[in-house]
Design a protein around this ligand. Structure first.
Ligand code: FAD
Ligand code: DHB
Length: 391
C-alpha cells in the first residue's frame, strides 16, 4: 500500500490531522493499535481551548460540541479558605474554554472519518518506521494477523508517549528534557451534578484538589496523592471526605456526593523531544511532548501541532513549497515550551511537594494572592489557560 501521509496513532492528534488533510484533498491512512471502543472510552482530558474549538468547528466536527459542550468563562482558584474567580473573556479579549471530553472529540472525529474520510484502521499495530531520511519512508505494521507495509511521502508519529515513531529520530540528533513530579492524581467520575458552575483549582494544606465536570449530571474530580498510590486503598467515603477537607472555605459551599463510577491514578510528567522532525518523519502531540495535567494543556497542544502541520502539508500541495514543513518543529516548539512552563507553574504553585518547607508554602500563597489581587497577574494566567494564538 502507498499513501501521501501515513499517520501512526488514532488519538486526538492523528484523528484531527486526518480530518484536516481530508478537507485539503490530501490522502492519508491512520493506523491505530487499539480497537474503536477503547479509543472512544479512554478517560482523559476535559477542557478545550478556544483555538481547539475553532478548528473542530471549521473542520466540520463541531456540531455535537456546539450542542453538548459547556462554555466556561473562568475558573476559581481556592486557597487559604477563600475562593477567587479568574474571568477569561474580560482578561483575554474574549477568549473562553469549553467542557467537552476527549472521548467525545474522538467519537465525533472517528464517525466523520469512517463516513467519508481516508482509511482508519483499528487494531493495526505499528512496529517500526524505516527510511525516515529517504523520499519514501515505510511504516511496518500488523493488521488482521498479517505483517503489512505502508509506503508514504511523509510519516506523522501521533502515537502518544509510548509510541514507536519517536525512535525514528536517531539518538545522536535527539535531545530530550524531562521532569517527573513527586505526586500523582487520583481521578474519579461520579454520577452527581457538579457542585460548581466553573472549575475549582484548590490549594490546601492537605494537597491539591480539582473539581471539574463532564455534563450537568456527571462530575469529574481529582485529588493529589502520593506516587504509587493504589486506587483500591481509597474507598468512596475516604475520597469524598478528603475532597471535602481540601475544598473547605469560610462561607457557604457544599460538595454534593454521588456514586463513583471510575477511579484511576495518573502519574505526572513534563517531557519534550527536540527536534519534532527528522527527514520525512514528523512527531505531533504526546509523541513529542507531555505536560502534567494541571492547566489542561495536553490535548490542546496536540491540536495546535496538527493545525500547524496540516497548514504545512496544504502549502506543499498548493505551491510545492516545503517552507512551512521545514519550519514545523521550530514553530511548534515555541508554543510547546510556553505550555510546558505554564503547566509546570500551575502544578508547582498548587500542589504540596512531600519535601516542601513552610517557606515554600508561603511563596505559593503569595503567588496565588498576587493573581487574586492584580489584573496583570490574572491576565497572564488567563491568557495561558484560555490558550495562546497558534503560530
Ligand atoms: P494519544 O491520545 O496518546 O494517542 C496516541 C494513539 O496512538 C493512541 O490511540 C494509541 O493507542 C496509539 N498508538 C500508540 N502506539 C501505537 C503503535 N505502535 N501503533 C499504532 N498506534 C499506536 N490532558 C488534559 O489536558 N487533561 C487531562 O485531564 C488529561 N488526563 C490524562 C490522563 C491520562 C491517563 C493520560 C495518559 C493523558 C491525559 N491527558 C490529559 C493528556 C491528553 O489526554 C493527551 O495530551 C492527548 O491524549 C494527546 O493526544 P495524542 O493524540 O497526541 O496522543
Ligand atoms: C480536567 C483536567 C485537567 O487537567 C484540568 O486542568 C481541568 C479539567 C478534566 O479532566 O476535566
Amino acid at each position: 500500500h502507498t499513501t501521501t501521509v501515513g499517520i501512526i496513532g488514532g488519538g486526538p492528534a492523528g484523528l484531527l490531522l486526518a480530518r484536516l488533510l481530508h478537507n485539503s484533498g490530501i490522502d492519508c491512512v491512520v493506523l491505530e493499535s487499539r480497537d474503536r471502543a477503547y479509543v472512544e472510552q479512554r478517560q482523559r482530558a476535559g477542557i478545550l481551548e478556544q483555538a481547539t474549538v475553532d478548528v473542530l468547528r471549521s473542520s466540520g466536527a463541531g456540531e455535537r460540541l456546539d450542542r453538548e459542550g459547556i462554555v466556561h468563562d473562568g475558573i476559581e482558584l481556592r486557597f487559604d479558605r477563600r475562593g477567587h474567580r479568574i474571568d477569561f473573556p474580560g482578561l483575554t479579549g474574549g477568549r473562553r474554554v469549553w467542557i467537552y471530553a476527549q472521548t467525545e472529540v474522538c467519537k465525533d472525529l472517528i464517525a466523520l472519518q469512517l463516513a467519508d474520510g481516508a482509511p482508519l484502521l483499528f487494531e493495526a499495530q505499528v512496529h517500526s518506521v524505516e527510511g525516515a531520511d529517504t523520499d519514501r519512508p515505510v511504516i511496518r505494521y500488523t493488521h488482521e494477523g498479517r505483517e503489512q507495509t505502508l509506503t508514504c511521502d511523509y510519516v506523522v508519529g501521533a502515537d502518544g508517549f509510548h509510541g514507536v515513531a519517536r525512535s525514528a529520530i536517531p539518538e545522536s540528533l535527539k535531545r530530550t528534557y524531562e521532569r517527573v513530579y513527586p505526586y500523582s492524581w487520583l481521578g474519579i467520575l461520579a454520577d452527581v451534578p457538579p457542585s460548581c458552575d466553573e472549575l475549582i483549582y484548590a490549594h490546601s494544606p492537605r494537597g491539591f484538589a480539582l473539581h471539574s465536570m463532564r455534563s450537568p449530571t456527571v462530575s469529574r474530580l481529582y485529588l493529589q496523592v502520593p506516587n504509587g498510590t493504589d486506587p483500591a486503598d481509597w474507598s468512596d467515603e475516604r475520597i469524598w471526605d478528603e475532597l471535602d477537607a481540601r475544598f473547605a472555605i469560610d462561607g457557604d459551599w457544599k460538595l454534593e456526593r454521588g456514586p463513583i463510577t471510575s477511579k484511576a491514578v495518573l502519574p505526572m510528567r513534563s517531557f519534550v523531544t527536540e527536534p519534532m522532525r527528522y527527514g520525512r518523519v514528523l512527531l505531533a502531540g504526546d509523541a513529542a511532548h507531555i505536560v502534567p495535567p494541571t492547566g489542561a494543556k495536553g490535548l490542546n497542544l496536540a491540536a495546535a501541532d496538527v493545525i500547524v502541520l496540516a497548514r504545512a502539508f496544504a502549502r506543499l500541495k498548493e505551491t510545492g513549497s516545503a517552507e512551512l514543513l521545514d519550519a514545523y518543529s521550530d514553530t511548534c516548539l515555541r508554543r510547546v515550551w510556553r505550555a510546558e512552563h505554564f503547566s509546570y507553574f500551575m502544578t508547582t504553585t498548587l500542589h504540596t511537594d512531600p519535601d516542601q518547607s513552610p517557606f515554600d508554602t508561603r511563596l505559593q500563597i503569595s503567588q496565588l494572592d498576587r493573581v487574586a489581587a492584580s489584573p496583570h497577574a490574572a491576565a497572564e494566567l488567563a491568557e495561558n489557560y484560555a490558550g495562546l494564538p497558534i503560530g
